[in-house]
Design a protein around this ligand. Structure first.
Ligand code: SF4
Length: 318
């Protein structure tokens, strides 16, 4: 496991100190099919104001998500709880790394208030990794879910969690709070873990998703990977099989984009027709829902997708 410890308060401290001495890695130029709208609409500004007023962090900003213009215009923001500093150091991720601050006990309530102000029918909550906490932040996740339920009873809740590696009992705490969708991303194929996601373990993540279903089969489970990190097609198909063995309902596949030259290079831009092919294969393997496209992200269109997910489960039950 990689845990970054930095106790020196320094405004000039780099965002990713562990990557500073890495050689630059260049990605190929972006193809035409990776096009996004500039974030400059009224809806975008309103969303940003609500996020700021409640002192919250979003993965939309911290991860440099390409869909932020589209999502925030529709007031869809994915809140990132437990601070803006992550204790892991994944090679693909733009979230700041280091030793995080203590948890903000007011955060669950602040998130709930922001959800109410934005009028969200469906909200996605994610977090940084908190390997420094005894429960990995499970209790904080559960409190956030409960605060949203109390403030916005009709809002459906999707969580995108860390892996809670070596945090015994953590998963059970989160599942007991009954989110509607439990998402945990595998991020890449097992052969790329050591390079891309060195602090994580592929089969632990698969088992985490499987365990959610064992604990509460009513909760939808979801996972996703990025492509363009050097994986082979047959490895992506194997990941699909592994996820179906864990009874995961919903698969997302999107193109990896390099946040800075110190991050993992884009090895390849996967063309849209290959995404369509992955989507077709995934449906034949039994997923209730699949979203595979260059700009697919776990929380992109999550509200609409949740409605389709429910409909697919109902149709299957008939
Ligand atoms: S896709 Fe998700 S992370 Fe990206 S802007 Fe939309 S809500 Fe935020």
């Amino acid at each position: 496991m990689v845990v970054i410890v930095d106790t020196i308060a320094n405004p000039l401290r780099p965002r990713h100190p562990e990557k500073v001495n890495r050689p630059d890695s260049a990605s190929p130029p972006k193809p035409d099919w990776i096009r996004v709208r500039a974030p400059n609409t009224r809806g975008y500004a309103d969303t940003r104001n609500i996020v700021r007023a409640n002192g919250l962090h979003t993965v939309c900003e911290e991860a440099g998500c390409p869909n932020i213009g589209e999502c925030w215009d529709k007031k869809h923001a994915t809140f990132m709880i437990m601070g803006d500093t992550c204790t892991r150091a994944c090679a693909f991720c733009n979230v700041k790394t280091g030793l995080p601050n203590a948890l903000d006990v007011a955060e669950p309530q602040n998130v709930a208030e922001a959800v109410a102000k934005l009028g969200l029918a469906h909200v996605v909550i994610t977090s940084v990794d908190r390997d420094d906490l005894a429960d990995g932040g499970a209790q904080h996740f559960a409190e956030t879910i409960r605060a949203i339920r109390a403030a916005c009873p009709s809002t459906t809740i999707e969580i995108l969690t860390p892996d809670f590696l070596r945090k015994e009992g953590a998963l059970e705490i989160v599942v007991a709070a009954k989110p509607d969708v439990f998402n945990h991303n595998l991020e890449t194929v097992p052969s790329r873990y050591l390079t891309v996601r060195p602090g994580a373990r592929y089969f632990h993540s698969i088992r985490l998703l499987q365990r959610v279903k064992e604990l509460d089969p009513t909760i939808f489970t979801k996972s996703g990977i990025m492509v363009g990190l050097g994986e082979e097609r047959h490895e992506v198909l194997q990941v699909m099989d592994d996820l179906r063995s864990a009874e995961v309902d919903f698969l997302t596949i999107g193109q990896y984009l390099q946040p800075t030259r110190k991050h993992h290079a884009v090895m390849r831009y996967v063309p849209p027709d290959e995404f369509s092919s992955y989507e077709k294969v995934a449906y034949t393997k039994g997923f209730l829902m699949v979203s595979a496209s260059p700009l697919t992200r776990s929380s992109h269109h999550a509200g609409e997708d949740f409605a389709r997910l429910k409909a697919a489960r109902a149709a299957n039950a008939r």
